[in-house]
Design a protein around this ligand. Structure first.
Ligand SMILES: Nc1ncnc2c1ncn2[C@@H]1O[C@H](COP(=O)(O)OP(=O)(O)O)[C@@H](O)[C@H]1O
Ligand SMILES: [Mg+2]
Length: 327
C-alpha cells in the first residue's frame, strides 16, 4: 500500500520503482483516477483496464497467455472478454501471470493506482481473486495506492472477518507532505538547479500558503520560473489548487448528493479546526432541527476517510492548507 494525500508523489514514486525494476519484474499499471467522476464501475471497466495494461507488455508475454479462456490474440493485440460464456476469469489470469513469472524468474506486479476507486465496483468482488493470489500465487504481487486513505482501507477490508482479505498482512508506505524545513529546502534546491536565488521569507510565505505537498511546491516553482514574479506565481498556484480541490470535492459528492449541504457546512466549520460538538451544533442551527448523533459521526468519518479532514486528538481540520481556502 502506498498511501498519501493527493499530489504527495505516490504515482511518481511507483513509476520510478517501475523504471528501476524493468529487468526483474513485469508491471501492469492501472490508472484508476479516471473513475473518480463515476458513481460505480463494472467488471467490464476493470477488464478493459487490465487489457490496456497487458497490451503494454512484450509480445512473448502475450503469447504465453494465449489459450486462456476469455482471451484472444490477434497479431500483437490482446483482447479480453468481459461477458458471456467466454468471459475472462481474473483468478485464472492471475494464475497464468504467476506461472509466467515463475518460469522467467520475475515478479509480476499489478499496480492499482488510486485503488479506492475499486470500492465502486458493482456486481463483482475483486477481493476474491486478490485473496486467492495472496494465498496461492508466489510470483504475483499487488501495489495499492490511494489518496483517500481511509477509503483504501474500506475497500480492502483487512479487519472484516467476512472479507476475503481478512487478516492478510500488507506493507504500508505512507507518503507525508514535507515539513516546513523540507519544503523550503525543496524549493531552494529546485531554484538552484535553475540558477535562481530566492529569499527565505518568500519561501516561508509559499509554505504558509500552500503547505508541504510536493505537487503544489513544484507547481509554484514552475510558475515562478515562467512568471519571474513571486506574487503572481503564488496567486496562480493557489487558484489552481483551489479549483482542483473543488473538483475533487465535487467528485466526492457523487453518489452523496443528499448530504451535499451538510458536507459543505462541516468543511466550513472545520476549516480552522473544530470539535464534533461544533459540527453537530452548526448543522442543527443551519437546518433548524435536531440531527441524529450517528449521522453526524458518519458524515465526519466520510470526510476523514476521503482525506479532506484529519483528526488530531479531538480536533478535526483540513489535511492541507489549500483545502481551507476552498471553503
Ligand atoms: N520527489 C519529487 N520531486 C519533485 N517533484 C515531485 C516529487 N514527487 C512529486 N513531484 C511532483 O508532484 C506532482 C504530483 O505527484 P504525483 O506523483 O502525481 O502525486 P500523487 O500520485 O500522490 O497524487 C508531480 O507532477 C511531480 O511533478
Ligand atoms: Mg497519482
Amino acid at each position: 500500500m502506498v498511501l498519501g494525500l493527493r499530489r504527495t508523489g505516490k504515482s511518481s514514486i511507483v513509476k520510478v520503482i517501475m523504471n528501476e525494476n524493468r529487468e526483474n519484474a513485469l508491471w501492469l499499471y492501472l490508472d484508476l483516477r479516471k473513475f473518480e467522476t463515476r458513481e460505480y464501475l463494472t467488471y467490464k471497466d476493470i477488464v478493459i483496464e487490465l487489457e490496456k495494461a497487458f497490451n503494454s507488455l512484450p509480445k512473448w508475454v502475450k503469447d504465453f497467455i494465449k489459450g486462456l479462456r476469455g482471451i484472444s490474440v490477434s497479431g500483437v493485440e490482446v483482447r479480453f472478454n468481459w461477458s458471456g460464456e467466454e468471459k475472462i476469469e481474473l483468478s485464472q489470469l492471475f494464475d497464468r501471470l504467476s506461472e509466467l513469472g515463475e518460469r522467467n524468474g520475475k515478479k509480476v506486479i499489478i499496480v492499482f493506482d488510486e485503488s479506492q476507486e475499486l470500492r465502486k465496483l458493482k456486481g463483482y468482488n475483486i477481493l476474491n481473486p486478490i485473496a486467492y493470489s495472496f494465498d496461492n500465487l508466489k510470483f504475483l504481487r499487488f501495489i495499492f495506492t490511494g489518496s483517500q486513505i481511509g477509503m483504501v482501507y474500506r475497500f480492502l477490508k483487512l479487519k472484516d472477518p467476512e472479507s476475503p482479505l481478512f487478516g492478510r498482512a500488507m506493507t504500508e508506505v505512507v507518503i507525508n507532505p514535507f515539513d516546513r524545513e523540507k519544503s523550503i529546502e525543496f524549493l531552494r534546491r529546485g531554484f538552484e538547479e535553475n540558477n535562481i536565488s530566492v529569499k527565505d521569507e518568500i519561501l516561508e510565505e509559499v509554505y504558509e500558503n500552500v503547505g508541504g505537498i510536493p505537487g503544489w511546491l513544484t507547481y509554484y516553482g514552475f510558475n515562478f520560473i515562467t512568471e519571474r514574479d513571486h506574487k503572481k506565481a503564488l496567486k496562480k498556484t493557489i487558484e489552481m489548487g483551489v479549483s482542483s480541490i473543488k473538483e475533487e470535492f465535487d467528485n466526492f459528492l457523487i453518489g452523496r448528493e443528499g448530504g451535499k449541504e451538510r458536507y459543505y457546512e462541516i468543511m466550513k466549520v472545520c476549516k480552522k479546526g473544530c470539535r464534533w460538538r461544533d459540527v453537530k451544533t452548526a448543522i442543527e442551527v443551519a437546518e433548524g432541527r435536531k440531527v441524529d448523533d450517528k449521522r453526524v459521526t458518519e458524515l465526519i468519518e466520510n470526510l476523514v476517510d476521503a482525506s479532506f479532514l484529519k483528526k488530531t486528538d479531538d480536533i478535526y481540520e483540513p489535511t492541507d492548507p489549500l483545502i481551507a481556502q476552498v471553503f
